[in-house]
Design a protein. Structure first.
Length: 664
């Protein structure tokens, strides 16, 4: 078994080199391609780096916040049912395949580059090398978020088991973050300021600086809120201290407070550099005209650059979009974004909808807010943050203005939410169905041809948000730069730009009912920091930031003792009349289709049937802030074929026995 594991490990270290841009008829047989004949010219560097762009997520249906307090699927997430998320026997995040690809490129190319042995434009060659530094940093950031401490491997190791075991030693997480920032600095130095292709389909210095701000903010806030726990180096119970190679570890800055300050400073500086170069895409805010028809609203929405930015075919026209993935049905490269948005999937939660501000900048519960109520979905949207207006679908609204004969799936009019999923093609579990990413041109939804809608990978407004948060976390105040960024975001959102007015009207005990981000380490945060977090939650809706933010804020401790019910729209009010008699059943076990009105007037997704493990609400355990490491990796790296002698240590509160849940 051990021999097989070693063979598997060595097999992972293999790589195939193919240049996508060479003329096929002029290629040598693949069996004859050798390292000496590859990575010698600009086009080969470009092809190699673009092959790793698959590490960037795609924004299909803007449902990437599912499994949080913001978006929910029909099925519950095991992450919130302690004891159901188990240590795997193999696989997981402890993987080096893409890291090896990055290191092979750098090991092969850098010596040739220094000796001027790479053919092509020097500026382009520099740029592609910079791309590889960025890609390695991005892959390492994924490891940092998932696992924290992680081996820093900069070489392509020999096929020697002892060397591989040595390379498995985990570096403290702050060292990993510093390594990532170093790679991003190298990327920034080498890459052009804007995308080399002129279309923002390739990386740029701006993207590297934005990523640097993300890394700095993540690590700075993680260390701040987990300080004094086993989840940071030198904290009480930190498992790294059990290994000789980490004993006596000293922080580069002298203390964990010094590290926090370092990372937040890096985040601020990098974020400002990007934000000052980015113009926010304008929002026409013309969907709330008194007496307008659904058709009028659809026409106005279709002409709104802010709305179209999330669904357009060509995103190169938007200064705010720093990197995006292009699709073209005609070239056979398509996606299913349009169909996914209309069909459903992850729906907005009541917690998210209720946390959105009124247009006058007041929370819905504040005196004088003008909140209409939530008896109907249309009411929920009235006088609210324009982002909620644009991104929340309501029955009857126009989905498609320009139909296509090829589009046999997309519906021209939004239907009543199918909360019980009687239609196999519809899944709108919360009743609050999202419309972010909706494209009003039916040709872009083609059932048979797929969609050509672009997918955003990096958006410049994140730099605004990163600066606001990092500066407040570091200095405890909103400086002039942060204030100007915040006002620009709110102005585009159609919200009163006086954020101090919002802060003064915020009651944290009420916000805590809707937003896990109201907490850090089980304690309510102050109203200013909360509203910074609220802005981030709304602006980056569905783009995959929410879970990572909740982790770094340590925002789920309160659910260790107090379960949280995921709720959707107000089903048990006038909207229950939307459904035919007998469709809404409750109190009959497995036959129940919805939650009992005696529990709440709001639809509770996981409280339909007592046999559902999340029936009593989402719970939390500290181990879940980091992912477990699979047992296979301990055995592979153990000289004695046992867990104890491996240089790898498990993450806090996770055992080293496969198929078992967290300790405590």
């Amino acid at each position: 078994m051990r021999a097989n594991i070693i063979r598997l490990l060595l097999a992972v270290l293999t790589i195939v080199f193919v240049s996508c841009e060479d003329d096929f008829l002029e290629r040598e047989p693949l069996s004859q391609i050798t390292p000496e004949k590859y990575l010698n010219e600009e086009s080969q560097l470009a092809a190699y780096t673009i092959d790793l762009y698959g590490v960037f997520p795609v924004m299909e249906a803007y449902g990437r916040d599912s499994g949080t307090d913001t978006q929910a699927d029909r099925g519950y997430d095991n992450r919130y049912v302690p004891g159901q998320w188990l240590v795997p026997s193999s696989g997981g995040d402890w993987d080096f395949q893409n890291i090896y690809k990055c290191n092979y490129f750098l090991k092969t190319v850098i010596p040739k580059w220094k000796n001027n042995q790479i053919a092509g434009s020097p500026a382009n060659v520099n740029h592609y090398i910079g791309e590889m530094y960025f890609l390695r940093a991005y892959i390492y950031y994924q490891k940092l978020v998932a696992l924290g401490d992680f081996p820093i491997v900069k070489t392509t190791p020999d096929l020697d088991l002892n060397q591989l075991i040595k390379l498995s030693e985990r570096a403290p997480r702050n060292e990993v973050a510093r390594f990532i920032i170093s790679d991003l600095d190298s990327a920034s130095t080498l890459m052009s300021n804007s995308s080399i292709d002129g279309k923002s389909n390739r990386l740029s210095k701006q993207v590297a600086q934005l990523m640097k701000s993300r890394v700095g903010l993540y690590e700075g806030t993680w260390e701040k809120y987990f300080k004094g726990t086993a989840f940071v180096p030198n904290g009480p119970g930190w498992p790294g201290a059990e290994k000789a190679y980490n004993q006596g570890y000293q922080f580069p800055s002298g203390s964990i407070d010094g590290e926090i300050d370092y990372f937040l400073t890096q985040a601020m500086d990098a974020a400002k550099t990007v934000a000052d170069q980015v113009n926010l895409t304008p929002n026409t805010q013309k969907t709330e005209v008194a007496g307008e028809s659904y058709l009028d609203r659809a026409e106005a929405s279709n002409a709104n650059p802010f709305l179209k930015m999330f669904s357009d075919v060509d995103l190169s026209k938007y200064n705010e979009v720093l990197l995006w993935r292009a699709f073209d049905v005609g070239l056979g490269v398509s996606n299913s974004y349009g169909i996914s948005i209309q069909s459903g999937g992850a729906g907005y939660t009541r917690g998210f909808v209720d946390s959105c501000l009124m247009a006058n900048g007041l929370p819905i519960y504040a005196s004088g807010s003008g909140y209409v109520g939530d008896d109907y979905i249309a009411d929920v949207k009235k006088k609210r943050d324009m982002r909620l207006n644009l991104w929340l679908s309501e029955p009857g609204q126009i989905n498609i203005l320009y139909a296509s004969p090829l589009n046999t799936h997309g519906t021209t009019v939004a239907i009543i939410p199918d909360i019980v999923k009687s239609d196999a093609d519809r899944d709108q579990p919360t009743g609050y169905h999202h419309a972010k990413g909706n494209n009003y041109d039916g040709a872009n939804y083609g059932q048979h041809t797929g969609s050509s809608m672009g997918s955003i990978a990096f958006r410049g407004v994140e730099a605004y948000l990163n600066y606001i948060e990092a500066s407040y976390e570091k200095n405890g105040a909103i400086d002039a730069t942060a204030g100007s960024y915040w006002k620009k975001i709110r102005e585009r959102a159609g919200v009163d730009t006086d954020f101090q007015k919002t802060i003064a009207a915020t009651t944290m005990s009420k916000e805590a009912k809707n937003d896990w981000g109201a907490y850090s380490a089980g304690v309510l945060i102050d109203a200013t920091l909360y509203n910074i977090r609220r802005e981030r939650r709304v602006e980056m809706l569905g783009e995959g930031f929410r879970l990572d933010d909740l982790r770094r804020w340590r925002a789920m401790d309160q659910m260790i003792s107090n379960p949280y019910q995921i709720e959707g729209f107000k089903l048990w009010g006038p909207m229950q009349e939307w459904y035919a008699p007998g469709k809404l059943t409750y109190g009959i076990g497995d036959q129940s289709t919805v939650s009992d009105p005696s529990l709440s007037p709001y639809l509770r997704l996981y409280q339909k049937n007592p046999s559902i493990l999340a029936y009593n609400g989402y719970r939390w355990t500290m181990a879940h802030y980091l992912n477990p490491i699979a047992v296979q990796h301990f055995l592979i790296t153990s000289p004695n074929n046992d867990v104890a002698s491996s240089p790898i240590y498990q993450n806090p509160n996770w055992p080293t026995t496969a198929n078992t849940g967290p300790i405590n």
